[in-house]
Design a protein around this ligand. Structure first.
Ligand SMILES: [Zn+2]
Length: 143
């Protein structure tokens, strides 16, 4: 499957050629798209959200919900089993860039910055994956 396929990691200038300026800024320079600007914010179609950089499947439409924050929100990553994320396409990293520690979400395969996860989501796990639209590529279909 695509989860086991590994692209050799590209240099920043190679990513810059491969991505649009917005995609490069968010995924490679840990940027954030303006709230309510993302193309997938109100997308309710069934399908899978892939990494825009390496095509790894990351989030399913089944776990997408409207958080009202202005960014696409998911209650868990695709492949999550209970609290086990070892079969998902994402990794968590502590991010202290704004002073307070937040948890950054990156693509496991290519280390693209995707967004952050916050402990104020719905359901028993209570998680809100706050993900930039430009870091994702939606593929409609059965998730
Ligand atoms: Zn990726």
């Amino acid at each position: 499957g695509s989860l086991t396929k590994r692209e050799p990691s590209l240099t920043k200038s190679e990513w810059r050629k491969k991505l649009t300026p917005e995609q490069f800024y968010v995924t490679r320079e840990k940027g954030t798209e303006p709230p309510f600007s993302g193309s997938y914010l109100n997308n309710k179609a069934p399908g899978m959200y892939h990494c825009v950089c390496c095509d790894s499947p990351l989030f399913s439409s089944e776990k997408k919900y409207c958080s009202g924050t202005g960014w696409p929100s998911f209650s868990e990553a695709h492949g999550t089993s209970g609290s086990d994320e070892s079969n998902t396409g994402i990794l968590r990293r502590v991010d202290t860039s704004l002073g307070a520690a937040r948890t950054e979400v990156v693509c496991k395969q290519c280390e693209a910055h995707l967004g952050h996860v916050f402990p104020d989501g719905p359901g028993p796990a209570g998680q809100r994956f706050c993900i930039n639209s430009v870091a994702l590529k939606f593929k409609p279909g059965q998730p």
